[in-house]
Design a protein around this ligand. Structure first.
Ligand code: NAP
Length: 219
């Protein structure tokens, strides 16, 4: 008997942080796991995306994830910076979805950010591009549903990864101000993804799940 529930998973940005936790969590669920770093697939580089799509034309699970953009003031963001992150956090995902078939019964997960609900002046590249791509996924969720493919947008708050260490200087002081007094553990996102696909949870497709440790002030 086949002990794996799924044949193939592709995890973009799978070498560190949240992506690595998801890679770890799916070991017993997916027979083949393609977990990629920026060296395997650079989402800011159109050629790299094309090469990736020559090798892969279908998957059961797709985890859309990448490195986050720098925290720059609006005035500091040049057109070149905008274009680079537009490719990395928006256009490449669109091209991948256009060309990569998600097999019947599959799942697409997307790592956005809790700031899509409450954008601020800092992290403006991140919030604007992720709001845009969240809208793309929402629009596509009904079409994918016809093929029994579910889409879940995961919007994390502060999680303990390399990314956060780069953005926050004094982590222990920052943690004191958080409702749960600590950063999130990326393994919780791995466990969440595994739970959804192992149990074939279907009815939250097209939804955004805020994984923010209670920091959001909105409903
Ligand atoms: N951690 C948080 O608190 C938090 C909160 C909200 C949103 N997010 C967002 O969630 C995503 C993952 O965060 P994380 O904390 O896990 O980040 P991380 O620890 O920095 O890991 C980023 C992953 O993305 C890969 N990557 C970087 N640049 C890439 C590129 N140009 N093309 C393809 N892959 C690339 C990295 O590969 P390499 O190993 O090659 O570097 C790595 O596997 C980011 O977009 C981040 O902004 C994170």
């Amino acid at each position: 008997m086949n002990k794996f529930k799924y044949k193939k998973s592709i995890i973009l940005g799978g070498s560190k942080g949240i992506g690595r936790s998801v890679t770890k969590a799916l070991k017993k669920t997916s027979k083949k796991i393609i977990s990629l770093s920026s060296k395997d697939l650079d989402l800011s580089n159109s050629y790299s995306v094309k090469q990736f799509l020559k090798t892969h034309n279908n998957t059961d699970i797709l985890f859309l994830n990448s490195g986050g953009p720098p925290n720059l003031k609006f005035e500091e963001i040049t057109n070149d910076i905008w274009i680079r992150y537009f490719k990395q956090l928006f256009l490449s995902y669109c091209e991948i979805l256009r060309k990569l078939k998600i097999n019947k019964g599959g799942y697409i997960f997307y790592i956005s950010s809790s700031i899509i609900k409450e954008p601020e002046e800092n992290l403006i590249i991140s919030s604007s591009l992720r709001i845009g791509f969240s809208s793309v996924l929402k629009s596509l969720s009904k079409k994918y549903a016809k093929n029994n493919v579910s889409i879940i947008n995961i919007a994390p708050g502060p999680f303990k990864t390399q990314r956060v260490k780069e953005l926050i200087k004094n982590i222990s002081e920052y943690e004191k101000k958080l409702p749960l007094k600590k950063l999130g553990n990326p393994d919780e996102i791995g466990k969440f993804v595994k739970f959804i696909i192992d149990n074939k949870i279907r009815y939250i497709t097209g939804s955004t799940v805020y994984f923010d440790g209670g920091i959001s002030k909105s409903l």
